[in-house]
Design a protein around this ligand. Structure first.
Ligand SMILES: *[C@@H]1O[C@H](CO)[C@@H](O)[C@H](O)[C@H]1NC(C)=O
Ligand SMILES: *[C@@H]1O[C@H](CO)[C@@H](O)[C@H](O)[C@H]1NC(C)=O
Ligand SMILES: *[C@@H]1O[C@H](CO)[C@@H](O)[C@H](O)[C@H]1NC(C)=O
Ligand SMILES: *[C@@H]1O[C@H](CO)[C@@H](O)[C@H](O)[C@H]1NC(C)=O
Ligand SMILES: *[C@@H]1O[C@H](CO)[C@@H](O)[C@H](O)[C@H]1NC(C)=O
Ligand SMILES: *[C@@H]1O[C@H](CO)[C@@H](O)[C@H](O)[C@H]1NC(C)=O
Ligand SMILES: CC(=O)N[C@H]1CO[C@H](CO)[C@@H](O)[C@@H]1O
Length: 827
């Protein structure tokens, strides 16, 4: 035995000194020049077991790639792929490192598929090592100097320690590139690069076209991004000195697995954390989340303001370049100065606050001009100068030519001083108007930028650190304030927190009964008020609708949409947690004779406009195209300032591509609001929502319900009644008699006419919601005469199911004062 062991020992030593490879057979974190890592063999595992390197295939692909992935994430999630553009077609691949320090992937012994080209003359006995940060490095045995490192060659993922930016001395750039598809890690169309000219900013491109930019770094943040301060998940860092400019981050808790990743689909950058308990990535969309983030959306010199009635407007002193286009909501032409600048005449500057500063196409940065006065003088001296900004990091920045891609933010942002002819300054520089431009109401949907996000539950680390679930939810809740989520990447609340906050779902806290179950009011330990929609187990809302609603709402952010804060799933229980709306729903106001009087016309008009804007966002401006399908007065909630918020997206259906109409055999909706083509044929389109919107407007104007409408003189419903009054030349009699007089008759009539256009029988006759907004906005446009409305004579279709239409009702879900119907369409 002894002799055998000795022979074996010597054999080992001897064979190691031979120039042929030994195949790596057990997990190690290093690979030496005489070793080989083969496909299907052992992998490299970092010392702390955080990362693993080996061969893998993306889902539905047979190509083999060498990649570094998270060791503790069950589904292989690569952070770096070596041969992403040159896969090995079969399983014959092998990874080696040459004696000169070059990493080589070869297939079937001979062909070099990929090489790191890291050959350096001074590389003496190099070693390939996978570090616990996920960095794959080539180093010499004794020195901790990296001859090569994978962190210098990022793919689509940024993990703590990686950089996005530049080494200005070596001109080494670190940037992210999306995968081509889920199956194909080769370089896709989207890149995130840090543009280091002037004020550094992060720019997303599709091929060469800029589609988003973060806005410049001003020393504290990018644009409106939450300040670059530490949050509960990670500490962002931004280095900007004479040799380096880059963004990076570190995890707060080392046990958390987190990453930034670029989506292959639309290039959006997400921060995600791995939830070990649920075995899912949870993420927060960070960049380019709303309309105004679309690059140059409002054209040159245009201003994108997502809280204005229309997304785009011209700053004070400017006017649309192509007014006709502008009226059609085609913004590309942008704006021009009302009075062209004349250098010889006195001029001044108008201040705009909370802006994303214009893109840097023609600009000048002067670091020595550190005072505002100097900067202003510098701008005045140059006839071509259009605007300036004074920033902490770069001193004075002046812009020449047109101002591109400017938007307002609800919070954050920077000040821009725009040069103006004195005449323009005098006429309209009264502080109020400037203030209107500059100020942005603290809308709901805020945010979205910058490399900051927050995350969700991490059961594992919570268990480790012994935190109680309640505390955790509380903390998560705080973090969820300014976050845009994607897919199911929502804060999860635990049942204990929710039941405590609602007094164990006590009757006293019940504030309503929706189509799918009761709604409770609650107060989280943080003091935040919430509305909890508890989905009854027997409700029509199955897991599908639940997911639908959660996924949809979590993707939508608009001040006229109710905000979903999170959800709670506990065994069979499913709950949605919304922001609480102090003034509850619109029906409580307009259908209550006592309360209704508190709603004067201007409030009602604002509500109508708000709903239209919310709907426009759903139909057109959100990244998804959404048809609500159950728009009704009780689904319009009111916040403390009586701003309307559309709620209940459970029935919303996501539209993809150019699909504009869909047939469904499952009709969901509410009688009285359903368009004929939908109720009868199951056809729904944006025009069925427009129909419901028309009904809603007539109800708001008249304070009467369409369903259950009663008139002594005829058998018509509210639509028929309004149509009759319109034809008799008497539409003002429709208006709620209790509403405060006098009324702006012109505006009221426009609303009624617009509503009648919306409820016309034929969908193609109805306006789109964009048209509706123009009608509401533009006093001078001529509205066409409305044609006969759909469903104008059927008063109570539900009470006589077979008389006027051919529904076959399967399920009625009765609620306190109205009915949400779920039918299986059978004809
Ligand atoms: C390598 O190539 C040879 C001939 O080119 C082939 O016979 C052999 O099967 C290949 N090995 C693998 C693992 O594909
Ligand atoms: C290494 O060099 C070869 C030949 O110049 C080139 O084709 C290849 O793309 C390089 N590899 C990397 C990873 O840059
Ligand atoms: C700039 O920052 C980098 C990273 O923190 C640092 O390594 C470098 O020394 C800094 N350069 C100067 C000139 O301060
Ligand atoms: C600028 O103003 C001066 C003085 O009013 C006038 O003479 C000149 O024509 C103007 N120039 C332009 C380009 O309008
Ligand atoms: C109408 O509002 C008043 C005042 O808030 C309330 O007392 C009353 O119960 C409401 N009526 C109905 C029918 O809801
Ligand atoms: C429904 O309508 C039909 C025909 O209009 C009538 O004969 C029938 O009695 C009605 N049914 C109910 C329940 O009212
Ligand atoms: C009209 C009305 O009732 N408005 C109320 C809406 O909610 C806020 C906050 O609770 C109240 O202050 C308003 O009076």
């Amino acid at each position: 035995m002894m002799i055998l062991a000795l022979i074996f020992f010597f054999f080992c030593i001897f064979s190691n000194s031979l120039p042929f490879f030994t195949t790596l057979s057990s997990a190690a974190d290093t690979l030496s020049p005489n070793q080989k890592l083969t496909d299907g063999g052992a992998t490299l595992v970092s010392a702390g077991e955080a990362f693993e390197l080996g061969f893998f295939s993306p889902p539905n692909s047979n190509n083999r790639y060498v990649a570094v992935w998270f060791k503790n994430v069950q589904e292989i999630t690569p952070i770096w792929v070596a041969n992403k553009n040159s896969p090995v077609a079969d399983s014959s691949g092998a990874l080696t490192i040459t004696a000169a320090g070059d990493i080589v992937i070869s297939s079937n012994q001979s062909n070099t598929v990929w090489s790191s080209n890291s050959t350096l003359p001074e590389a003496k006995s190099p070693v390939l090592q996978l570090l616990d940060t996920g960095n794959l490095v080539v180093k010499t045995d004794n020195l901790n100097i990296y001859l090569w490192q994978s962190f210098d060659h990022p793919c689509d993922t940024l993990v703590p320690g990686m950089k996005l930016g530049w080494n200005l001395q070596t001109r080494q750039e670190w940037y992210l590139t999306s995968w081509k598809s889920l199956q194909d890690p080769s370089s896709g169309d989207y890149t995130y690069k840090l543009d280091s000219r002037g004020l550094p900013q992060i720019v997303l491109r599709r091929r060469t076209e800029v589609i988003y930019r973060s806005g410049p770094w001003d020393g504290v943040r990018f644009g409106d991004g939450p300040p670059m301060k530490a949050n509960s998940v990670f500490n962002p860092t931004f280095v900007f000195n004479s040799t380096h400019v880059y963004y990076s981050f570190t995890n707060v808790d080392d046990s958390v697995i987190s990453r930034f990743v670029v989506s292959q689909q639309d290039g959006s950058l997400q921060h995600q954390t791995w939830n070990q308990g649920l075995r899912q990535w949870f993420g927060i969309v960070i960049l380019q989340g709303d309309t105004c983030d679309k690059y140059g959306y409002c054209g040159p010199d245009g201003l994108c303001d997502k809280n204005s009635r229309l997304a785009c407007r011209c700053p004070d002193g400017f006017t649309p370049k192509l007014p006709a286009d502008w009226n059609r909501m085609e913004w590309q032409g942008g704006c021009v100065r009302r009075t062209p600048l004349n250098c010889t005449i006195h001029q001044g500057f108008r201040k705009f606050s909370r802006l994303k500063l214009p893109d840097l196409s023609k600009f000048l940065v002067n670091r020595s001009k550190t005072s505002k006065v100097d900067c202003e003088a510098a701008c005045l001296r140059n006839c071509e100068c259009m605007a300036y900004a004074k920033t902490d990091v770069s001193g004075c920045v002046v812009w020449f030519g047109q101002l591109l891609d400017v938007r307002t933010y609800s919070e954050g942002g920077q000040d821009l001083y725009v040069r103006m002819a004195a005449s323009d300054l005098g006429s309209s520089s009264n502080k109020k108007r400037t203030a209107v431009i500059a100020s942005v109401t603290a809308g709901t949907g805020v945010l979205v930028l910058c490399l900051i996000g927050w995350f969700l539950i991490k059961k594992r680390s919570a268990q480790r650190s012994g935190r109680t679930p309640a505390n955790q939810s509380q903390q998560l809740f705080v973090n969820s304030q300014s976050v845009v989520e994607e897919d199911l990447d929502l804060p999860f609340f635990d049942l204990l927190t929710i039941s405590t906050s609602t007094g164990n779902f006590s009757f006293d806290n019940k504030i309503g009964e929706g189509g799918f179950g009761p709604v409770y009011r609650g107060r989280l330990p943080t003091g935040q008020e919430i509305a909890v929609k508890k989905l009854s187990k027997t409700s029509g809302q199955g897991l599908i609708e639940f997911k639908n609603e959660v996924v949809l709402i979590s993707k939508l952010q608009h001040r006229n949409l109710v905000r979903l804060l999170g959800c709670c799933i506990h065994e069979e229980e499913r709950m949605l947690i919304y922001e609480y709306m102090p003034n509850r729903s619109l029906d409580l106001f307009i259908f209550n004779q006592t309360k209704g009087t508190s709603l004067d016309w201007s409030k009602r008009f604002d509500i109508i406009v708000g709903i239209a804007r919310g709907l426009l966002y759903l139909h057109r401006d959100s990244r998804l195209r959404i048809i609500h399908r159950d728009l009704k007065v009780s689904n319009i909630l009111l916040d403390g300032e009586m701003n309307p918020k559309i709620s209940d997206f459970g029935l919303a259906r996501q539209f993809r591509g150019d699909q504009s109409e869909e047939n469904t055999n499952r009709i969901l909706g509410t009688y009285g609001y359903m368009s004929p083509e939908y109720a009868i044929d199951g056809l729904f389109s944006v025009k069925s929502d427009v129909f419901s919107f028309g009904v809603l407007v007539l109800e708001i104007v008249s304070s009467k319900r369409n369903r259950g409408f009663n008139h002594p003189d005829h058998e018509l419903n509210l639509l028929g009644h309004a149509w009759k009054l319109w034809n008799e030349g008497n539409p003002m009699t429709l208006v709620d008699a209790l509403m405060e007089r006098p009324l702006p008759t012109f505006e009221v009539l426009r609303c009624i006419q617009m509503a009648l256009l919306c409820v016309q029988q034929r969908p193609e006759d109805r306006p789109t919601i964009a048209n509706v907004i123009l009608m509401l906005d533009n006093e001078n446009s001529n509205l066409p005469p409305p044609k006969q409305p759909g469903f104008y004579s059927e008063r109570h279709p539900i009470e006589n199911e077979t008389s006027s239409s051919d529904f076959s009702l399967r399920k009625h879900l009765f609620t306190s004062n109205e009915v949400t119907i779920s039918t299986l369409h059978g004809r």
